[in-house]
Design a protein around this ligand. Structure first.
Ligand code: HXC
Length: 306
């Protein structure tokens, strides 16, 4: 007797797999998170994206809504993840207008290049507050709704409508350390730790908690601020990557769909690094000028506000 397809193959990447689901995403006005949300909306979800900039966030919501006829995408500008009150207000609006929250992407981040000696205590704290405290606040404000989502959508193992997923966005530079990024590395190490604790505490509720760690992704604001994509230094960074190139937002969106669809139902407490293997090549270099050399020689810092 033929086995039904659902017994051996996930239905991922098929229109409608996220029908009636709602994704709540901080940092949704940015290039990476908006691509993640756009993919989920294309496959059926409705969404609520948050950002500090009102115009940018609302425009991005309108743009994401074009991914699917009838999609509802709310853009909440003026939201700051450093404030739990700001998040609770946004969550309340999302639930009121879209009916609940099934998936969370804690993507808001703040960063700049600075040597350790160039940081004030407030500069260090600002990045910790946006990345680490902001991820915690996002978790705290949304977790009751993720618990509700799991009750509505029990995980049967092959059920495409599983809810209750939280995804944090991190960075690999805290595995090795990185010049001019010590503040951001400390903040992202905290994000990974929050993810791990969440996986253990909320796994028993049926909620999965994971991290996606994007490598350098072409076309993002973060990378644009690191320098001209055609520059010698950026070329060095690309050559050092085992795949010899930057990633694309689609590659991050694909990882997100994998984790949120039934394909990810048994993945909990994991870090999915999507960087072409770049972080592993930090020490490997063939004698020419290294990427850290470029970071230290001012190639990038002259572009940063120091
Ligand atoms: C040293 C700096 C600095 C710099 C700001 N500060 N820029 N210190 N070098 N280049 C200091 C300020 O002087 C101040 O300290 C403190 O940081 C807070 O600055 P504010 O401007 O008041 O903070 P705020 O308006 O909240 O802005 C937050 C921000 C900003 C992080 C500083 O850059 C921002 O909002 N960025 C947009 C979001 C963003 O960066 N997204 C990209 C994420 S990409 P004092 O002591 O003067 O008060 C990403 C991955 C990148 O994270 C991967 C890289 C490899």
């Amino acid at each position: 007797m033929a086995l039904p397809r659902s017994e051996y193959l996930s239905s991922t990447w098929r229109d409608g797999i996220f029908d009636n689901k709602v994704v709540f995403c901080t940092g949704g006005g940015g290039t990476i998170c908006s691509a993640q949300v756009r993919a989920l909306v294309h496959l059926g979800a409705n969404a609520c994206i948050l950002g500090r900039n009102v115009e940018k966030t609302e425009k991005m919501a309108q743009s994401i809504a074009t991914a699917r006829k009838g999609a509802k995408v709310i853009g909440i500008g003026g939201a700051d993840v450093r404030s739990i009150e700001s998040l609770e207000k946004a969550v309340e609006r999302c639930v009121r207008e879209l009916g609940g929250i099934d998936y969370v992407i804690a993507g808001a981040a703040g960063n700049f290049l600075s040597p350790i000696a160039g940081l004030s205590a407030n500069a260090f704290k600002t990045v910790m507050d946006i990345d680490t405290l902001g991820s915690y606040n996002t978790l705290k404000a949304t977790i009751p709704y993720l618990i509700e989502s799991v009750k509505k959508n029990p995980n049967t193992g092959t059920n495409t409508s599983t809810g209750g997923r939280i995804l944090f966005i991190s960075a690999a530079f805290h595995y090795t350390g990185m010049p001019l990024q010590t503040h951001a590395a400390a903040a992202k190490a905290g994000v990974d730790a929050i993810m791990a604790g969440t996986a253990l505490e909320y796994g028993p509720y049926g909620i999965t908690s994971n991290v996606i760690t994007p490598g350098p992704i072409a076309g993002t604001e973060g990378m644009a601020r690191l320098g001209d994509p055609k520059s010698e230094a950026t070329g060095a960074a690309q050559r050092k990557n085992p795949l010899g190139r930057y990633g694309t937002v689609k590659e991050i969106a694909d990882g997100t769909v994998y984790l949120f669809a039934d394909t990810g139902s048994y993945v909990n407490g994991e870090v999915l690094v999507i960087d072409g293997g770049g972080w592993r090549s930090t020490g490997a270099f063939d004698g020419e000028k290294t990427y850290p050399d470029y970071l230290l020689d001012g190639t990038f810092t002259k572009k940063a506000k120091l």
